[in-house]
Design a protein around this ligand. Sequence first.
Ligand code: SF4
Ligand code: SF4
Length: 450
Amino acid sequence: MTHTFKGGVHPNYMKAPEVPISVVAPPAQVIIPMIQHIGAPCKPLVAKGDYVKLGQKIGESPAPVSAPIHASVSGTVVAVEPRPHPLGDMILSVVIENDFQETPCEDLKPLTEEELKDPDAILARIREAGIVGMGGAMFPTAFKIRSGLGKVDKLVINGAECEPYLNGDHLTMLNFPEQLLKGIELVRIASRVPVAYYGIEVNKQDAIDLLQSKDPAKYGIEIVPEAVKYPQGGEKMQIKAVTGREVKPGGLPAGVGATVISTRTCYAVYQACYEGRPVIERIVTVSGSALGHTSNALTRVGTPLGYLAEQCGGFVKDPRKIVLGGPMMGICATSFEAPTIKGTAGVLFFTEDEDKNIEDPQCIRCGKCITVCPMNLEPVFMYMYYSKGDFANMEKYHVMDCFECGSCSFNCPARMPLTHAFKTAKLMFQAKAAKEKAAAEAKAAKEAQK
Ligand code: SF4
Ligand code: SF4
């Protein structure tokens, strides 16, 4: 029996797990932004002219919601300055000239046998190794686990990888099954729960069979086969599919006693604890019609996107759009100079063929957007009120519960720009809230002066 959630769509998955993992040669310069996580930015610990070793910590913040950042090559720091960030803007970055010596930093040693059983030692290592949600959310993992302690009794490991194109999780399951199971076990110990439930879509049956053959129960892991449906990998969809619990609108996973950690994050936990290796590389699926083929490329953090495309065979057609992540929820990058970061699961180079925008689209009131929304929202009405700038009704229709999965846009025959509108509406709400807060604070300060 497979498990799933209500709603969702079936895009053309375009996956290529049969393409083996290739290793991208580290570039002559890596650009390492000091923001690669949700939360407080890191401050550089190095200056221009410093020599750094592979894996050395080069950025840190004392804030609890943050994650340190490490050098992905050895060499000399040639700049500490704002550089293009893959998610937009210019962000303070450490630029390292690679000496190609791969001189290792040995600050992080593998944990001892005793420490591998100690939740606090594991959590400290997860933090120190700079591990964040590597499915793309980039929330600091140690903070996520810590904040669920005492509230969470269901640990869900996300193996859906439902976004089209992306193969990194599937290949991690196939190539590193024991390491992955040990990583999940460490996350389970740190979370202080007896069982981790590993939800995997059945289009990865080869991986399910392989992991089952490694006796997952020995590690306190139960594998839960899931139906193939997008966005099965959404946090709330995973919780529903695996535990049957429903996170209500406005609610958080911890509110129903659940937390979700991604496959690749668990593998990073294995590397940090068993090998003493911080987050300095990951599998990035590099694809799209401008390239004409797919690579599943083990890529150093800080690799410029243009260099990555060259290393993956170069362009066969003019790229018009660079998408980071998958095509459904991915974000457009604006510069070939921008680097990969910890959360970069995919880089897609698309031509104009994939540009689906049409001028002046008209809603035909078919309701197809409503039937697929996994959050039970009514996109057609949300869009109508968005077009009128009607904040009160947008709120009434729970626009803030939209997690921008793109299912409604995908299913809309009129190609209405629904998801883009909701993304913009949410930013407008945030800006409005910030303005109201500033006005209230100014008023309170004025009152206090009287
Ligand atoms: S309204 Fe939001 S959550 Fe619902 S389908 Fe559209 S993008 Fe996904
Ligand atoms: S799917 Fe598109 S055309 Fe149909 S009701 Fe929704 S917005 Fe309108």
